[in-house]
Each structure stands twice: as structure tokens, then as C-alpha cells.
Design a protein around this ligand. Structure first.
Ligand code: SF4
Ligand code: SF4
Length: 117
């Protein structure tokens, strides 16, 4: 699977968050490949200014972390968190998005035949 081609896949999501905070400490920004692109994204969308680049993954994708996650794994701006945080984990995600190891949610990819069934 190439990471140059966005993969939009649909999933069924079950389970619940147990508040480990991993998804706030290690995340990707869709459609952003470089530090300059990320800066432009932060300029255009102020809600992205909460994130900073903490490195790159093995496929050279930028990895981000949010400054509002507490040491306990909680969101310190929970009532004012952005809509993309409220929707997480989304039913549609773009590669290389995936759940963190130990996340309380489970995802199951649904194909066309599943929906027919
Ligand atoms: S990784 Fe999963 S269990 Fe941990 S905080 Fe995020 S959604 Fe909750
Ligand atoms: S705003 Fe809150 S929920 Fe969203 S990434 Fe930051 S700590 Fe996590």
C-alpha cells in the first residue's frame, strides 16, 4: 500500500475510550507532508496551532502532538476541543491513520458485501 495515494476506507467502530491520551500525543495531519505545509495549515486553521511536530514515522509522515493533553491523558480543553477531536475515531480515515495499540476502540473494515449483508 503506497502512502502517496490517499486511501479512504469505511469502518465500523465499537468500544470506548479509556483515556490513555495516546491519540493526542501521536497523531497525523491529513494532507500535510512537510513542515512548511503544516505551518500553512496552522495559519489557515487556528485550531491546528495546538499541535507541534514531534518527529516523523518510518514512512516519513509528520507526527504531531497536542499541547493540551495532560500527564493523565486527559484533554485540558475538553469542552472546547475542536470538532475533529469530538469525532475521533472517525468512520472514514485516510491512510496512514490507525488506532493506537491498547486503544479502547475497535475498528472493523466494512466492504460493500458487508453492507449488502
Ligand atoms: S488512544 Fe484510544 S483509548 Fe487512548 S485516549 Fe485515544 S481514543 Fe481513548
Ligand atoms: S484538544 Fe484535547 S482532545 Fe484534541 S488533541 Fe488536544 S488534548 Fe486531545
Amino acid at each position: 500500500m503506497s502512502h502517496f495515494v490517499p486511501q479512504r476506507m469505511k469502518y465500523e467502530i465499537t468500544g470506548a475510550c479509556h483515556k490513555c491520551g495516546k491519540c493526542c500525543r501521536y497523531l497525523y495531519c491529513r494532507d500535510v507532508d512537510t513542515e512548511n505545509e503544516f505551518k500553512i495549515m496552522q495559519f489557515l486553521y487556528p485550531s491546528y496551532r495546538r499541535f507541534s511536530i514531534i518527529g516523523k514515522d518510518e514512512d516519513n509522515n509528520l507526527v504531531l502532538a497536542c499541547k493540551y493533553v495532560t500527564d493523565d491523558g486527559l484533554c485540558s480543553v475538553y469542552k472546547k476541543r475542536p470538532s475533529f477531536c469530538r469525532r475521533y475515531p472517525a468512520k472514514r480515515i485516510n491512510y496512514p491513520g490507525k488506532l493506537h495499540e491498547g486503544c479502547g476502540y475497535k475498528v472493523e473494515q466494512k466492504n460493500f458485501q458487508d453492507y449488502l449483508n
